[in-house]
Design a protein around this ligand. Structure first.
Ligand SMILES: [Zn+2]
Length: 395
């Protein structure tokens, strides 16, 4: 099932950028809310404010599931994380007198489900909501929390507040206006896959059709209704919340997926919620700070934890997955550096770098995961690493 370096690089160059715009938007996400939005729903039901719902394409993309990580720590997650229009994990921290939530969800409906779930666990209010970064799949649901919990503080880095009060989050409205052109580009990619028939392409086509034939319409409605609510409190390097028997240590360790990434470290619980600087099953490759990102992950690895709650994907026991990610990013950086030293341009660099061993390690034999390893990680990350190293040489 492993692709040759040549076919891998061909995929990187031919199809990655068709989808990149959507991918970034997915990674940055959506929400619907505000006037006309629905009331809090019970877990698993949710308000169906979206239109064009067709269950032939599987569950509503905004529907979440929940897992209990320990007595007082729960995680909300979207099953099948590698559907277009990704949805950030949410960490729920139950304290004696309040609830602290990490990530605001990507739509009203998903935020409503998280709040509905919390209300099955406790009568305590959510007093603090932490946005690890600004992307919409972690923040579009902020307004639901603001509406439901008067006095709520929404905590983030200043960069995240700038992003949510400036043009950064503008793609939410842009996406609502450009559904048809995006559908056309998506169907071109589906046609390419059906024409070229790479191994396992049927599963990839089914995955893409779920988005372009159904989910994109739900997203369009959600985005059109979106009300962006920025953080109410920004922090520099560290803010520590003290609860009865828990410390909630909110840290800025350096740039990761964005320049404003926070991590939330729970020393007594021996857990950390990382936002998108760590994503499972493979990292998202869109960071504009690819060199600093590695250093930030090195610092993260020094924290004393047993459980890592990533921005997307499965909760990780121990530090093995984090080590795998650090190794992958370092390999890319070393290889790109060598290519630049040899005088290769970006296209030649992308063709020269062989990530097949890592692709096997991270994606296994699943054709959908392998496809997105190329699309979400390899193509953007090699390009951004190349640009960052070139910029550093110029300096
Ligand atoms: Zn995300």
């Amino acid at each position: 099932m492993s692709r040759s370096p040549r076919s891998c690089s061909r995929i990187l160059t031919t199809c990655s950028w068709l989808i990149l715009g959507l991918t970034i938007a997915s990674c940055q996400s959506e929400r619907s809310s505000g006037p006309g939005s629905d009331s809090v729903a019970s877990p698993g039901s949710g308000s169906d404010s979206g239109s064009n719902y067709d269950s032939d394409y599987g569950p509503d993309p905004r529907d979440l599931e929940f897992m209990q990580v320990s007595d007082e720590i729960h995680v909300a997650f979207r099953p099948v994380p590698l559907r277009y229009w990704v949805e950030g994990n949410v960490t729920i921290i139950l304290n004696e007198q309040d609830v602290v939530v990490v990530e605001g969800s990507g739509t009203d409906r998903s935020a409503e489900q998280v709040i509905g779930y919390i209300r099955t666990l406790t009568e305590n209010p959510v007093s603090v909501l932490i946005n690890t970064h600004g992307h919409g799949d972690h923040t579009v649901g902020n307004s639901v929390y603001r509406r439901e919990f008067p006095g709520l503080e929404i905590i983030a880095r200043p960069e995240t507040r700038d992003y949510l009060t400036g043009s950064g989050i503008g793609y939410v409205k842009d996406l609502a206006q450009s559904t048809e052109s995006r559908k056309a580009r998506g169907h071109e990619e589906i046609a390419r896959l059906e024409r070229e028939q790479p191994p396992g392409y049927e599963a990839v086509v089914a995955n893409l059709r779920q988005y372009y034939d159904r989910d994109i319409d739900i997203r369009q409605v959600a985005y059109a209704m979106a009300e962006i609510v920025p953080p109410t409190m920004t922090i520099d390097r560290r803010l520590v919340l003290h609860r009865e028997h828990r410390t909630i240590d909110i840290r800025y360790l350096g740039p990761g997926d964005t320049n404003g990434d926070l991590v939330v470290f729970l020393p007594e619980d021996r857990m950390v919620a990382t936002g998108d600087m760590v994503v499972h099953k493979f990292p998202y490759g869109y960071s504009r700070y690819p060199l600093e990102w590695i250093e930030t992950l090195d610092t993260l690895a020094m924290l004393d934890f047993d459980v890592l709650i990533p921005g997307h994907g499965e909760v990780q026991q121990g530090k093995a997955y984090l080590s795998d990610v650090r190794r992958l990013l370092r390999y890319v950086q070393d290889e790109v550096k060598l290519a630049i030293d040899r005088g290769l341009d970006i296209e030649a660099t992308m063709a020269a770098i062989d990530l097949s061993t890592f692709k096997d390690q991270f994606a296994g034999n699943d054709p959908v995961v392998r496809y997105y390893f190329d699309e979400y990680f390899a193509a953007p990350h090699v390009r951004r690493t190349y640009a960052a190293l070139e910029a550093r040489r110029v300096e």
